[in-house]
Design a protein around this ligand. Structure first.
Ligand code: CP
Length: 328
Protein backbone atom coordinates (compact mmCIF):
# COMPACT_ATOMS: atom_id res chain seq x y z
CA UNK A 1 0.00 0.00 0.00
CA UNK A 2 1.27 3.48 -0.76
CA UNK A 3 2.29 5.29 2.45
CA UNK A 4 0.15 8.29 1.46
CA UNK A 5 -3.06 6.26 1.20
CA UNK A 6 -2.21 4.02 4.17
CA UNK A 7 -1.97 7.18 6.33
CA UNK A 8 -5.52 8.05 5.41
CA UNK A 9 -7.11 4.60 5.81
CA UNK A 10 -8.28 3.86 9.36
CA UNK A 11 -8.74 0.39 10.85
CA UNK A 12 -12.38 1.12 11.68
CA UNK A 13 -14.78 -1.72 10.81
CA UNK A 14 -16.62 -0.97 7.57
CA UNK A 15 -19.85 -2.64 8.72
CA UNK A 16 -21.67 0.50 9.84
CA UNK A 17 -20.42 2.34 6.82
CA UNK A 18 -22.05 -0.29 4.59
CA UNK A 19 -25.56 -0.03 6.00
CA UNK A 20 -27.92 2.92 6.25
CA UNK A 21 -29.94 3.74 9.39
CA UNK A 22 -32.61 1.18 8.36
CA UNK A 23 -29.98 -1.56 7.98
CA UNK A 24 -30.25 -1.48 4.18
CA UNK A 25 -27.20 -1.82 1.96
CA UNK A 26 -25.58 1.50 1.07
CA UNK A 27 -22.03 0.42 0.14
CA UNK A 28 -20.76 -3.14 -0.42
CA UNK A 29 -17.23 -3.18 0.92
CA UNK A 30 -16.76 -6.38 2.91
CA UNK A 31 -18.81 -9.42 3.93
CA UNK A 32 -17.37 -9.45 7.45
CA UNK A 33 -20.12 -8.53 9.92
CA UNK A 34 -22.99 -8.32 7.42
CA UNK A 35 -26.10 -10.16 8.64
CA UNK A 36 -27.11 -13.50 7.12
CA UNK A 37 -30.48 -12.00 6.11
CA UNK A 38 -28.74 -9.48 3.86
CA UNK A 39 -26.57 -12.15 2.21
CA UNK A 40 -29.72 -14.25 1.66
CA UNK A 41 -31.44 -11.22 0.13
CA UNK A 42 -28.52 -10.73 -2.29
CA UNK A 43 -28.71 -14.40 -3.34
CA UNK A 44 -32.50 -14.32 -3.77
CA UNK A 45 -32.37 -11.04 -5.72
CA UNK A 46 -29.63 -12.49 -7.94
CA UNK A 47 -31.87 -15.49 -8.57
CA UNK A 48 -34.46 -13.14 -10.06
CA UNK A 49 -31.83 -11.71 -12.45
CA UNK A 50 -30.23 -15.04 -13.47
CA UNK A 51 -31.34 -15.98 -16.96
CA UNK A 52 -32.15 -12.40 -18.01
CA UNK A 53 -29.54 -12.90 -20.78
CA UNK A 54 -31.79 -15.53 -22.37
CA UNK A 55 -34.74 -13.15 -22.61
CA UNK A 56 -35.39 -11.14 -25.81
CA UNK A 57 -35.00 -7.89 -23.82
CA UNK A 58 -31.98 -8.31 -21.54
CA UNK A 59 -32.51 -5.04 -19.66
CA UNK A 60 -34.46 -4.05 -16.58
CA UNK A 61 -34.99 -0.36 -15.75
CA UNK A 62 -33.88 -0.40 -12.10
CA UNK A 63 -30.86 1.89 -12.57
CA UNK A 64 -32.29 4.03 -15.39
CA UNK A 65 -30.95 7.57 -15.06
CA UNK A 66 -28.08 6.48 -12.80
CA UNK A 67 -24.40 6.73 -13.68
CA UNK A 68 -21.91 4.05 -12.64
CA UNK A 69 -18.15 4.62 -12.89
CA UNK A 70 -15.77 1.65 -12.96
CA UNK A 71 -12.58 2.77 -11.22
CA UNK A 72 -10.12 -0.09 -11.77
CA UNK A 73 -6.63 0.81 -10.57
CA UNK A 74 -5.56 -2.85 -10.99
CA UNK A 75 -5.89 -5.37 -13.82
CA UNK A 76 -9.16 -7.28 -14.22
CA UNK A 77 -10.94 -9.28 -16.90
CA UNK A 78 -13.94 -10.94 -15.23
CA UNK A 79 -14.88 -8.45 -12.53
CA UNK A 80 -14.68 -5.29 -14.63
CA UNK A 81 -16.59 -6.68 -17.58
CA UNK A 82 -19.31 -8.36 -15.52
CA UNK A 83 -19.82 -5.16 -13.50
CA UNK A 84 -20.14 -3.26 -16.78
CA UNK A 85 -22.62 -5.79 -18.18
CA UNK A 86 -24.54 -5.83 -14.90
CA UNK A 87 -24.85 -2.04 -14.85
CA UNK A 88 -25.93 -1.95 -18.50
CA UNK A 89 -28.54 -4.67 -17.91
CA UNK A 90 -29.89 -2.51 -15.09
CA UNK A 91 -30.11 0.36 -17.67
CA UNK A 92 -27.45 2.55 -16.01
CA UNK A 93 -25.01 4.74 -17.92
CA UNK A 94 -21.54 3.25 -17.42
CA UNK A 95 -18.14 4.88 -17.65
CA UNK A 96 -14.92 2.88 -17.52
CA UNK A 97 -12.12 5.16 -16.38
CA UNK A 98 -8.75 4.00 -17.68
CA UNK A 99 -6.55 4.70 -14.66
CA UNK A 100 -3.38 4.26 -16.76
CA UNK A 101 -4.34 7.32 -18.83
CA UNK A 102 -6.16 9.27 -16.10
CA UNK A 103 -4.83 12.39 -14.40
CA UNK A 104 -3.77 10.27 -11.37
CA UNK A 105 -0.63 9.53 -13.43
CA UNK A 106 0.11 13.29 -13.32
CA UNK A 107 -0.02 13.37 -9.52
CA UNK A 108 -3.74 14.05 -8.91
CA UNK A 109 -4.78 12.60 -5.54
CA UNK A 110 -7.45 9.94 -5.25
CA UNK A 111 -9.69 12.42 -3.44
CA UNK A 112 -9.34 15.05 -6.16
CA UNK A 113 -10.17 12.42 -8.78
CA UNK A 114 -13.28 11.50 -6.77
CA UNK A 115 -14.42 15.09 -6.35
CA UNK A 116 -14.15 15.64 -10.10
CA UNK A 117 -16.05 12.47 -10.94
CA UNK A 118 -18.75 13.39 -8.42
CA UNK A 119 -19.03 16.77 -10.14
CA UNK A 120 -20.19 14.80 -13.20
CA UNK A 121 -23.20 13.58 -11.17
CA UNK A 122 -22.24 9.93 -10.83
CA UNK A 123 -24.18 7.68 -8.46
CA UNK A 124 -21.91 4.68 -7.93
CA UNK A 125 -18.21 3.87 -7.94
CA UNK A 126 -17.06 0.30 -8.51
CA UNK A 127 -13.50 0.22 -7.18
CA UNK A 128 -10.61 -2.19 -7.62
CA UNK A 129 -7.32 -1.19 -6.04
CA UNK A 130 -4.08 -2.92 -5.05
CA UNK A 131 -4.22 -1.21 -1.62
CA UNK A 132 -6.23 -2.94 1.14
CA UNK A 133 -8.88 -0.52 2.42
CA UNK A 134 -9.01 1.65 -0.71
CA UNK A 135 -12.74 1.10 -1.38
CA UNK A 136 -13.56 1.84 2.27
CA UNK A 137 -11.50 5.02 2.11
CA UNK A 138 -13.44 6.14 -0.96
CA UNK A 139 -16.77 5.25 0.71
CA UNK A 140 -15.89 7.51 3.63
CA UNK A 141 -15.43 10.48 1.34
CA UNK A 142 -18.27 10.27 -1.19
CA UNK A 143 -21.46 12.34 -1.13
CA UNK A 144 -24.49 10.85 0.69
CA UNK A 145 -26.25 9.76 -2.53
CA UNK A 146 -23.20 7.86 -3.90
CA UNK A 147 -22.63 4.12 -3.32
CA UNK A 148 -19.28 2.36 -3.46
CA UNK A 149 -18.83 -1.29 -4.38
CA UNK A 150 -15.55 -3.05 -3.59
CA UNK A 151 -14.35 -4.99 -6.64
CA UNK A 152 -11.25 -6.26 -4.80
CA UNK A 153 -8.78 -4.38 -2.57
CA UNK A 154 -5.25 -5.69 -2.07
CA UNK A 155 -5.25 -8.88 -0.04
CA UNK A 156 -8.18 -7.59 2.06
CA UNK A 157 -11.41 -8.71 0.42
CA UNK A 158 -13.34 -9.39 -2.79
CA UNK A 159 -16.92 -9.56 -1.54
CA UNK A 160 -18.78 -9.76 -4.86
CA UNK A 161 -16.58 -12.70 -5.87
CA UNK A 162 -17.49 -14.55 -2.67
CA UNK A 163 -21.20 -13.90 -3.24
CA UNK A 164 -21.07 -15.21 -6.81
CA UNK A 165 -19.20 -18.26 -5.51
CA UNK A 166 -21.99 -18.89 -2.97
CA UNK A 167 -24.62 -18.33 -5.67
CA UNK A 168 -22.90 -20.95 -7.88
CA UNK A 169 -22.72 -23.38 -4.94
CA UNK A 170 -26.40 -22.84 -4.12
CA UNK A 171 -27.33 -23.71 -7.70
CA UNK A 172 -25.67 -27.13 -7.19
CA UNK A 173 -26.44 -27.66 -3.48
CA UNK A 174 -29.65 -25.77 -2.55
CA UNK A 175 -29.21 -26.36 1.21
CA UNK A 176 -26.05 -24.41 2.00
CA UNK A 177 -26.02 -25.74 5.57
CA UNK A 178 -25.09 -29.21 4.27
CA UNK A 179 -22.05 -28.07 2.31
CA UNK A 180 -18.50 -29.08 3.19
CA UNK A 181 -16.15 -26.80 1.23
CA UNK A 182 -12.38 -26.84 0.95
CA UNK A 183 -10.39 -23.76 -0.04
CA UNK A 184 -6.96 -24.71 -1.42
CA UNK A 185 -4.01 -22.45 -2.13
CA UNK A 186 -2.49 -19.14 -1.21
CA UNK A 187 -4.80 -18.28 1.70
CA UNK A 188 -2.25 -15.80 3.06
CA UNK A 189 -2.46 -13.32 0.17
CA UNK A 190 -5.97 -14.08 -1.08
CA UNK A 191 -8.72 -11.48 -0.78
CA UNK A 192 -11.06 -14.07 -2.31
CA UNK A 193 -10.38 -16.61 0.48
CA UNK A 194 -10.99 -14.03 3.22
CA UNK A 195 -14.35 -13.02 1.74
CA UNK A 196 -15.32 -16.63 1.02
CA UNK A 197 -14.65 -17.67 4.63
CA UNK A 198 -16.82 -14.83 6.00
CA UNK A 199 -19.62 -15.64 3.53
CA UNK A 200 -19.54 -19.42 4.12
CA UNK A 201 -19.46 -19.03 7.91
CA UNK A 202 -22.23 -16.40 7.98
CA UNK A 203 -24.42 -18.58 5.78
CA UNK A 204 -23.93 -21.59 8.07
CA UNK A 205 -22.01 -24.00 5.83
CA UNK A 206 -21.50 -27.38 7.55
CA UNK A 207 -17.72 -27.22 7.35
CA UNK A 208 -15.17 -24.82 5.90
CA UNK A 209 -11.68 -26.27 5.36
CA UNK A 210 -8.54 -24.50 4.24
CA UNK A 211 -5.53 -26.26 2.75
CA UNK A 212 -2.12 -24.71 2.09
CA UNK A 213 1.53 -25.03 2.94
CA UNK A 214 2.24 -23.63 6.42
CA UNK A 215 3.95 -20.61 4.81
CA UNK A 216 0.71 -19.63 3.05
CA UNK A 217 -1.68 -19.92 6.04
CA UNK A 218 -2.23 -16.82 8.21
CA UNK A 219 -1.40 -17.51 11.89
CA UNK A 220 -4.86 -16.61 13.25
CA UNK A 221 -6.96 -18.34 10.58
CA UNK A 222 -8.55 -20.85 13.03
CA UNK A 223 -10.23 -17.94 14.81
CA UNK A 224 -12.47 -17.65 11.74
CA UNK A 225 -13.89 -21.10 12.50
CA UNK A 226 -12.20 -23.04 9.72
CA UNK A 227 -10.49 -26.45 9.80
CA UNK A 228 -6.87 -26.19 8.72
CA UNK A 229 -5.12 -28.94 6.72
CA UNK A 230 -1.60 -29.03 5.33
CA UNK A 231 -2.29 -32.26 3.42
CA UNK A 232 -4.46 -31.62 0.37
CA UNK A 233 -5.77 -35.18 0.06
CA UNK A 234 -7.08 -35.14 3.63
CA UNK A 235 -8.63 -31.71 3.09
CA UNK A 236 -10.45 -32.77 -0.08
CA UNK A 237 -11.85 -36.08 1.17
CA UNK A 238 -15.68 -36.01 1.13
CA UNK A 239 -15.96 -32.27 0.37
CA UNK A 240 -18.91 -31.12 -1.79
CA UNK A 241 -16.80 -28.40 -3.38
CA UNK A 242 -13.24 -27.25 -3.68
CA UNK A 243 -12.43 -23.58 -4.23
CA UNK A 244 -8.97 -23.33 -5.77
CA UNK A 245 -6.84 -20.20 -5.43
CA UNK A 246 -4.11 -18.75 -7.59
CA UNK A 247 -0.65 -18.15 -6.13
CA UNK A 248 -0.72 -14.37 -5.62
CA UNK A 249 2.84 -13.76 -6.81
CA UNK A 250 2.25 -10.01 -7.10
CA UNK A 251 1.63 -9.86 -3.33
CA UNK A 252 4.46 -12.15 -2.22
CA UNK A 253 7.52 -10.47 -0.79
CA UNK A 254 9.59 -13.59 -0.09
CA UNK A 255 9.99 -17.28 -0.94
CA UNK A 256 6.77 -18.95 0.26
CA UNK A 257 7.06 -22.11 -1.87
CA UNK A 258 10.11 -24.02 -3.15
CA UNK A 259 8.99 -23.76 -6.80
CA UNK A 260 5.81 -24.08 -8.88
CA UNK A 261 6.54 -27.67 -9.96
CA UNK A 262 6.85 -28.80 -6.35
CA UNK A 263 3.74 -26.78 -5.39
CA UNK A 264 1.72 -28.50 -8.12
CA UNK A 265 2.95 -31.90 -6.94
CA UNK A 266 1.92 -31.23 -3.34
CA UNK A 267 -1.18 -29.00 -3.74
CA UNK A 268 -2.22 -28.97 -7.42
CA UNK A 269 -5.74 -30.17 -8.24
CA UNK A 270 -5.28 -33.24 -10.45
CA UNK A 271 -7.97 -35.59 -11.81
CA UNK A 272 -6.89 -38.14 -9.17
CA UNK A 273 -7.41 -35.64 -6.34
CA UNK A 274 -10.83 -34.61 -7.69
CA UNK A 275 -11.92 -38.22 -7.14
CA UNK A 276 -11.53 -37.62 -3.38
CA UNK A 277 -14.47 -35.18 -3.44
CA UNK A 278 -18.08 -36.15 -2.72
CA UNK A 279 -19.68 -38.01 -5.67
CA UNK A 280 -21.33 -34.79 -6.89
CA UNK A 281 -18.40 -32.58 -5.84
CA UNK A 282 -17.64 -29.49 -7.93
CA UNK A 283 -14.54 -27.39 -8.63
CA UNK A 284 -14.52 -23.59 -8.33
CA UNK A 285 -11.79 -21.10 -9.21
CA UNK A 286 -12.22 -17.29 -9.28
CA UNK A 287 -9.76 -16.90 -12.18
CA UNK A 288 -7.36 -16.06 -13.57
CA UNK A 289 -6.38 -19.74 -13.67
CA UNK A 290 -2.71 -20.75 -13.75
CA UNK A 291 -2.88 -24.12 -15.45
CA UNK A 292 -0.28 -26.58 -14.24
CA UNK A 293 0.42 -24.50 -11.12
CA UNK A 294 -2.67 -24.84 -8.88
CA UNK A 295 -4.92 -26.87 -11.22
CA UNK A 296 -4.53 -29.19 -14.20
CA UNK A 297 -6.15 -28.30 -17.53
CA UNK A 298 -8.02 -31.60 -17.40
CA UNK A 299 -9.74 -30.53 -14.17
CA UNK A 300 -10.23 -26.86 -15.12
CA UNK A 301 -11.98 -27.90 -18.34
CA UNK A 302 -13.50 -31.11 -16.95
CA UNK A 303 -17.08 -32.08 -16.05
CA UNK A 304 -16.77 -31.10 -12.37
CA UNK A 305 -15.54 -27.59 -13.17
CA UNK A 306 -18.02 -24.73 -12.64
CA UNK A 307 -15.42 -22.02 -13.35
CA UNK A 308 -17.29 -20.51 -16.31
CA UNK A 309 -20.65 -20.79 -14.51
CA UNK A 310 -19.11 -18.60 -11.80
CA UNK A 311 -18.38 -15.93 -14.42
CA UNK A 312 -21.92 -16.08 -15.83
CA UNK A 313 -23.54 -15.94 -12.39
CA UNK A 314 -21.30 -12.99 -11.53
CA UNK A 315 -23.50 -10.78 -13.72
CA UNK A 316 -26.72 -11.62 -11.83
CA UNK A 317 -25.04 -11.32 -8.43
CA UNK A 318 -23.52 -7.94 -9.30
CA UNK A 319 -26.89 -6.76 -10.67
CA UNK A 320 -28.41 -7.71 -7.31
CA UNK A 321 -25.78 -5.89 -5.24
CA UNK A 322 -25.86 -2.75 -7.41
CA UNK A 323 -29.66 -2.54 -7.43
CA UNK A 324 -29.88 -3.07 -3.66
CA UNK A 325 -27.22 -0.43 -2.95
CA UNK A 326 -28.96 2.08 -5.23
CA UNK A 327 -32.17 1.77 -3.19
CA UNK A 328 -30.54 3.20 -0.05
N1 CP B 1 -11.91 -13.24 -10.20
C1 CP B 1 -11.41 -12.05 -10.51
O1 CP B 1 -11.40 -11.10 -9.71
O2 CP B 1 -10.91 -11.96 -11.79
P1 CP B 1 -10.39 -10.63 -12.47
O3 CP B 1 -9.10 -10.25 -11.77
O4 CP B 1 -10.18 -10.96 -13.93
O5 CP B 1 -11.42 -9.56 -12.28
Amino acid sequence: MSAKLQDQISNESPVNLQLNSQGRLRHFLSIKGLPKSLLDEILDTAESFAGVENKPVKKVPLLRGKTVINLFFEASTRTRTTFELAAKRLSADVLNLNMKTSATTKGETLLDTLRNLEAMYCDMFVVRHSDSGAAEFIAKHVSPHVSVINAGDGSHCHPTQAMLDVFTLRRHFPDLRKIIITIVGDIMHSRVARSQIHAFKTLGFKEVRVVAPKTLIPADIEQLGVEVFNNVDKGLRGAHAVAMLRLQRERMTGAYIPNEKEYYKLYGLTPKRVELLHDNGIVLHPGPVNRGVEISSEVADGPRSVILQQVTYGIAVRMAIMSMAMQH
